[in-house]
Design a protein. Structure first.
Length: 74
């Protein structure tokens, strides 16, 4: 993993103080979502791969957190 991605991952994980999460811990669904968002950011958005992956990870963690909260609420 690139340095930028490591920094972003640490920041995202810091926001999730009650639970840590790594790419390896994402379900297949969220992993595919991450890969797709990173690719779109890199190829369509012209972002460097490390930046695209870091931003995609941030986005996916936020989306997963929202989905988990919605599920908890019923």
């Amino acid at each position: 993993m690139g340095r930028l991605l490591e920094i972003a991952k640490a920041a995202v994980l810091g926001e999730l103080a009650d639970r840590t999460m790594t790419l390896a811990e994402l379900s297949a669904y969220w992993r595919v979502e991450f890969e797709e968002r990173a690719a779109i950011r890199e190829y369509d958005g012209g972002q460097a791969r490390e930046h695209a992956e870091a931003e995609a990870l941030r986005e996916i963690v936020e989306r997963k957190r929202a989905a988990d909260e919605k599920t908890k609420k019923g």
